[in-house]
Design a protein around this ligand. Sequence first.
Ligand SMILES: [Zn+2]
Length: 419
Amino acid sequence: MTRTIIEPNYVGGEAITKLCAHVGNRHSGRLVTLVADSNTYAAAGEAVHTALRDAGISTHLIALRAKDLHADESSLARVLTSSPLEDSVFLAVGSGTITDITRYISFRLGVPFIAFPTASSVDGFASGGCPLVIDGIKRTYYARPPEAIFADSGVLAAAPPELTAAGLGDLLGKTTAIADWRLGAQIRGEPFDEEIAARVTAAVNRCMPVIDSISRRDPAGLRTLFDSLTETGLCMIDFGDSQPASGAEHHVSHVWEMIALQKGAHAALHGIQVGIATEFVAGIYETIRSLDVADVRKLLRKRLPLSRDTQEREIRTFFGPLAESVVSGHREFLDLTEEQQLSIADRVIEYWPDIQVIAASVPPPESIKRSLEMVGAPTGPGVPGMPERDVEAGTRGGHYLRSRFTAAKLAHMLGIQGA
Ligand SMILES: [Zn+2]
């Protein structure tokens, strides 16, 4: 298996010096387009900007508005129209959102980009895929990983605690993502890679013992969190898709973000939403653990086959004006015939002991809740600032967003967990 290495991938006290040396060596004479928002410019961008200019490197600044910044059409257009006509290297100084916007524009312009993260807030700094909200739907678009990453440990430690809490939420999501990935492979033969799954699990396990140190913003703990998130981003690149780091918990959180964006409401940070959604999906796995094969047979017999009309009605209820896009993106499941649904049900029954082994790998929801509480992150079942009806659209409708067999899809087939 090819293993992606981003070099340099530096976290420490001399990030700005190392960045200037890297640009000077690799991109001598080239313009640097620095993308930041007002918060991240104050946190690190200004110091980076000054240091680059002091090193004789010419720069072009694109400053975005920090308030309700999303990786959507308007931000992409903003960066594109503000981009220089001459050849340049893009430098993202900021959070996951700024990094994703910069990643996508630089990829489409065919120029390299460098990440200078200002918080351990997401797994996306090292990632190759680019989650964008286009036409109201959040999807991962093909892009490229950064050629180098420079993170200043002082800047990471000074980041708002909510951003670090979000980073831990995104990382905890890997516990259910890996289980969902195994489930899809077992029941529908979806592609799977044991070595990559083991790398993701190891990254999560490195972080669990240091949550206390992360909550104290101890540099060693923050570094472990940052490195673990980076590793899961690299795992997605090596696998070539997002399954190693994104399962039902991400689909649920994507629905919440899409609804908030559509209503013009403030959305909680990605990792904060993922943390809450992980608690929910861990709850599904807990219910799965409590069912024996006779229960499952009974539930499936009662519930299946699901009619296309019923499912489309649910999609319209949960997604409103976005329903048509969701229906067309979910054809693979909506088009399943009665026989095909029943054959999936047969596999669920046949492999129930294996599903139990997968479910046993997921921590109980109380343990996810405790970890989130340790870093001061909000916990479920509600989502801060979101009406219950919209929260339910995510927990009950999230499985319609992707064509993957996850715990949420299984819960829907079984008619459990309010599905
Ligand atoms: Zn994520």
